[in-house]
Design a protein around this ligand. Structure first.
Ligand code: PLP
Length: 345
């Protein structure tokens, strides 16, 4: 089987996870009667330190429902310019939730409390109402870069002063917590809402959980229904999510080690340069002098799958289906191709 480094979403459920899904107790979750979904929502809420949770089919829906719940149409949503919520979600925040996107040019996906203060304008008839600021930790487009506890608190402090609601897109929150060796609550509990993905590095086949106060989640439950996210015997999926929370977090450090090995190995090759990060999580961004699509095309027959995320940039993501041996094999394929890549045009 190919060594699939395109994304941490490509993982397949383990036999243990499939077994848990097969025997899951279920009910109609739209009626609030699925015990496994409830268990997952409670467990996720405890892990991030918020009151309540809502199981949703995807991280995209989780962010969308969060924006719908926090904002009225026309209110401003502040986020880093390349944050997933602005960059990768078809503009759903504007198109469906009616939010006015306000991008903040950050550094490696981060911005400061003062950056936010500079962007938020005073109350004035001409301006949209300031509404919500979103933080993404880890930050996907910058190669899995981490926001530290201090950086997070700095922005949360500014948001409180400015009267903004706060949302954490924590699709890879546990990667950040593991890289910083802090509990997830330290990065999450100050936010009004938090979204976590179960289907990325944690290894579940489907699902995200949106977390917040009980009243926020009650309203979010209504909004999930209107976008078609009310699911029935969803306990089968939630059981996979519970297994992911139980078994997935503890092994993320291994993914980070593998990513660091890939980064070191690739950076040493001619014509490749790895974008530096302060904390290596499970992603590696590689700048290549030869066109990135050619790299993608020529690695494929060698059994190595990667994504091009720019004309001269590749993204590699490690996950539970990438072994130590796979890392070595992928590096060997890159080394082989690097010898000829200078001649590609
Ligand atoms: C993947 C991702 C999402 C969306 O999750 P889907 O389940 O793919 O819709 C949201 N935010 C970030 C940072 C992500 O990486």
């Amino acid at each position: 089987m190919a060594i699939d480094l395109r994304s941490d979403t490509v993982t397949r459920p383990s036999p243990v996870m499939r077994q848990a899904m097969a025997v899951a107790e279920v009910g109609d979750d739209v009626y609030g009667e699925d015990p496994t979904v409830r268990q997952l929502e409670q467990r996720a809420a405890e892990l991030v330190g918020l009151e309540a949770g809502l199981f949703v089919p995807s991280g995209t829906m989780s962010n969308l429902v969060a924006v719908m719940t926090h904002l009225h149409p026309g209110d401003e949503l502040y986020a880093e310019a390349e944050a997933h919520v602005l960059y990768y979600e078809q503009g759903g925040c504007a198109r469906v939730a009616g939010a006015m996107p306000h991008p903040i040019l950050g550094v490696a996906g981060r911005f400061s409390g003062d950056d936010l203060r500079r962007h938020v304008r005073p109350a004035d008839l001409h301006f949209p109402r300031p509404g919500l600021v979103a933080v993404e930790n880890t930050h996907n487009r910058s190669g899995g870069e981490v926001w530290t506890v201090e950086e997070t608190e700095d922005v949360l402090r500014a948001a409180r002063e400015l009267g903004l609601a706060t949302h954490l897109d924590g699709a890879r929150l546990f990667n950040a917590a593991v890289a910083l060796e802090v509990p997830a609550q330290a990065l999450a509990s100050g936010f009004d809402s938090v979204s976590i993905c179960l289907s990325k590095g944690l290894g579940a086949p489907v699902g995200s959980v949106l977390l917040g106060s009980r009243s926020f989640i009650a309203q979010a439950r209504r909004n999930r229904k209107v976008v078609g996210g009310g699911m029935r015997q969803a306990g089968i999926l939630a059981a996979g999510g519970l297994a992911a929370l139980t078994d997935g977090v503890g092994r993320l450090a291994e993914d980070h080690r593998h990513a660091a090995q890939l980064a070191d190995g690739l950076d040493a090759l001619p014509g490749l340069s790895v974008a530096p990060v302060r904390h290596r999580t499970n992603m590696v961004m590689v700048d290549v002098t030869a066109p990135a699509p050619l790299w993608v095309e020529r690695l494929r027959p060698r059994g190595v799958l990667v994504n091009a995320v720019g004309p001269n940039r590749l993204r590699l993501v490690t996950h539970l289906d990438v072994s130590q041996a796979d890392v070595a094999e992928a590096l060997a394929a890159f080394a082989e191709l690097a010898k000829e890549a200078a001649a590609w045009s």
